[in-house]
Every structure is written in C-alpha cells, then in structure tokens.
Design a protein around this ligand. Sequence first.
Ligand SMILES: Nc1ncnc2c1ncn2[C@@H]1O[C@H](COP(=O)(O)OP(=O)(O)OP(=O)(O)O)[C@@H](O)[C@H]1O
Ligand SMILES: [Mg+2]
Length: 267
Amino acid sequence: MTTILKIENLHQIFEQGTVNENHVLRGINLTMDQGEFITIIGGNGAGKSTLLNSIAGTLPVNQGKIIVNGEDVTRKSVMRRSKQISRVFQDPRMGTAVRLTVEENLALALKRGRPRNFGAGVKNKDRNFFKDQLATLNLGLETRLGAEIGLLSGGQRQAITLLMATLQKPELILLDEHTAALDPKTSITVMELTERLIREQALTAFMVTHDMEDAIRYGTRLIMLHQGQIVVDVKGEEKQNLTVAELMDMFHRNSGAELKDDQLLLS
Ligand SMILES: Nc1ncnc2c1ncn2[C@@H]1O[C@H](COP(=O)(O)OP(=O)(O)OP(=O)(O)O)[C@@H](O)[C@H]1O
Ligand SMILES: [Mg+2]
C-alpha cells in the first residue's frame, strides 16, 4: 500500500512568544494510504483548517514534517504543492475566478500546478472534454460553458470547483467544510457528487465536516481533533458500524473532556 501523506510531529503555534500565543496543533502524527478517504471532525477552533492549511502549504510549519507521496514538502511553496494537492473551500467564491467563464475556469484547472496565464484561450478539443465532464454532474451545466462563473449559484459553483479540483487527478484532495455554505438540499447534491468523484477516481481525500452523521456516513476513516490533537481515529468495520453515541463515547474516553464540550463539538 502506497503512503500518500505522512505527517510527523506537526506543531502550529500562532503569535509565538506573545501573550496571545496559541498552540493550535500539538504533535500531530498521521499516515494516510492511497485511496483512503478521511473525514475530520472537531469543535470550532480545534485546528482542522490549520491542519489542512499546513498540508497545502498556505501556513508555514512551526515544527514537524509533511511528506506527500514520499517527498518532504514541508518547505515547498503552495504553488509547487498544488501539482499534487487540490483543495475545495467552504466559500463557493474561493475556488473559482469570478470574472472568467465556466470554460475558462476549467481551462485554468487543467493547468493546475503550472504558472497561470490568464490570457489563455480555450481549445476546441478541451471544450468538448469540459462539456462531457460537466454533463456528468447532472446539473445541466454543460450548456453554460460561456457563462461567467460569478452568475452561477453557490451549489453550481461548488460542483464546478470539485470538478476543477479533480480534472487532473490530484494525489490528495482537501475539502474544508465545502458544503457548509449551501442550503440543505444542495449540500446533499454536492456531498453525493463528492463521494462519487472520490470513488470513481479512487482519490485520496481529507474532508472536514461539522456533521457527525456525514463524518460517519462518508469516507473510509474518521478522525476527531480536540485541542490540536487526534483523539479518535477509526476505520474499516469499526467506522462503518459506528453510531453518533459511540463516537461521543470515544471522544469522552480519549479526550477526558466534560460533557459540556458536546456543544462545542456539535456546533
Ligand atoms: N493564520 C492564523 N493566525 C493566527 N491564528 C490563527 C490562524 N489560523 C487559525 N488561527 C487560530 O487557530 C485556532 C484554530 O483555528 P482553525 O481555523 O484551525 O479551527 P477549526 O478547527 O478549523 O475551526 P472551525 O470549525 O471553526 O472552522 C483558532 O483559535 C484560530 O483563531
Ligand atoms: Mg475550519
């Protein structure tokens, strides 16, 4: 089994040495195999986004190592990591270039990890490919190739962002509450699309969610972060058979946190 991601003793400390010092990640160790789909859950401020930002390279690492597919990327730029790693954020406005059309955005996604040339036109053969890809979303977007992305709904944009993130198979895809800003019905559509893309392309994926049911329902492995540490890590049958009550039990046993923290976790 190929290891896609290895995190060794990762620490993130914000405003180190000041009164506001915030030790957010406290020695994270994690090995992720190819094809694993990890869901991460944890209360507000637990460090979930910080973990994803460290992996993607948008945050310099204080201490520890990040190894992607055998290569130490700890000091590598976001741009250079983006050949291997793609991301989808919570805000539908983050993943796409708002003034560009659907097909221009998709053309940019084809060039992920290479210097961007915003003047580039769309080739005919690519246009047909984009049409076919958009048709697989079942949202009728294959007729909107020339539409400005900014004119589409949040759900349509998130679906396109997902497509862009997987157009060239990434070694690792990071999803940070990418359905949280959508209405419940659209959120389910985008979640199902996510699950299908990950399954069909056998992607290795890391998905942050606030929804415990979703964290259990989707993915092959579930991790719970609490105060910058991994307090639950389950996979296989144990994860498949897990209930929310059992998950809460594990959380209490492993974190030593009080019941009142449930609110934190569920918020
Ligand atoms: N760039 C930054 N500079 C300073 N502090 C930061 C930075 N990014 C995050 N933090 C702090 O780190 C802590 C963890 O934040 P993080 O965004 O990782 O939490 P989270 O688990 O993603 O929470 P949420 O569920 O609310 O998204 C918070 O206290 C936050 O204020
Ligand atoms: Mg977050």
